[in-house]
Design a protein around this ligand. Structure first.
Ligand SMILES: Nc1ncnc2c1ncn2[C@@H]1O[C@H](COP(=O)(O)OP(=O)(O)OP(=O)(O)O)[C@@H](O)[C@H]1O
Ligand SMILES: [Mg+2]
Length: 267
């Protein structure tokens, strides 16, 4: 579903944020991205929604290369869940969720809150799936707790039936108990909707609990690629205290597994 081929990212100031990243993430996998601050996690995620592009190498989504020409179309299949939720606080929960379908709705309709009934029903269904009740639907988002706001963010992300979901530290603003609940939800939703997830985290224990696979980057390099069981305390210690500079256990990119898996009809 996702393929990075020898990707480098150099910023104009000379920072090498990504160095020779090659990676294949199959459809439906919940892949957790670890690494110390500044390692390149966000830069890697941003390659998939067109917010950043490789200096060298290529990125493919469902068998199609993300280029200047294809990015507008491909990004419709990619949803994002943000650390700070990125909701509109003064708007209702329902409208925030419906805003996830904006690419499907004429601007003038959206501007006056005129969404088709099928999208409203879908928003209600998703709110139910994320554990919010009808009493929340018309509340302003600013009246919800952080955990509830992230539930709204997750419901919004699924409005467009994304093929890929990017979550950049989705629980960094939440306390540990709420964080676990949010990751459980993200895991369940992605499983039920067969969505491929790339989720950056700062907590190795949550990565072990929820990741089907764990990838770690350090100084822009892919330094670990393995199962939750392979992410030992020693690997974590090395990752966060500098000793892990080389890839431990990365399988070769399986070209056969990278064939197009999805029709990318424009939504
Ligand atoms: N627009 C930019 N211009 C120059 N350097 C940048 C830019 N964006 C990111 N960087 C640098 O690229 C490197 C990787 O940054 P990135 O944000 O991807 O790290 P991260 O792993 O997400 O860190 P954190 O855990 O703190 O979010 C850092 O050294 C950062 O300072
Ligand atoms: Mg980041």
């Amino acid at each position: 579903m996702l393929k990075f081929d020898s990707v480098y990212k150099r910023f104009p100031d000379g920072t090498e944020a990504l160095r020779n990243i090659s990676l294949h993430v199959p459809k439906g996998q919940f892949c957790v991205l670890l690494g110390p601050s500044g390692a390149g996690k966000s830069t890697l995620l941003r390659m998939l929604n067109g917010l950043s592009s490789p200096t060298e190498g290529s990125v493919h989504l469902a068998g199609e290369q993300i280029t200047e020409r294809s990015v507008q179309r491909l990004r419709k299949r990619v949803a994002t869940v943000h650390q700070q939720f990125n909701l509109t606080p003064r708007m209702s929960v329902a409208l925030n969720v419906l805003s996830g379908a904006l690419p499907q709705v004429a601007h003038w309709r959206a501007a006056i809150g005129l969404f088709p009934p099928e999208l409203r029903q879908k928003a209600c269904r998703l709110l139910d799936e994320v554990g919010l009740t009808p009493e929340h639907v018309n509340r302003r988002v600013s009246e919800l707790s952080g955990g509830q706001q992230q539930r709204v963010g997750i419901a919004r992300a699924f409005m467009m039936d994304p093929a890929v979901l990017l979550a950049d530290e989705p629980v960094a603003s939440l306390d540990p108990r709420i964080s676990r609940g949010i990751l459980e939800l993200l895991h369940r939703q992605s499983r039920n909707h067969d969505t491929t997830v790339l989720c950056s985290l700062h907590q190795p224990e949550l990565a072990r609990e929820f990741g089907d696979r764990i990838i770690a980057v350090n100084q822009g390099r892919l330094v670990f690629d393995g199962t939750p069981e392979q992410l030992t305390d020693q690997v974590c210690e090395d990752l966060y205290h500098g000793a892990l500079a080389h890839k431990h256990d990365a399988p070769e990119v399986d070209e056969a597994a990278c064939e197009p898996e999805l029709e990318l009809a424009a939504a």
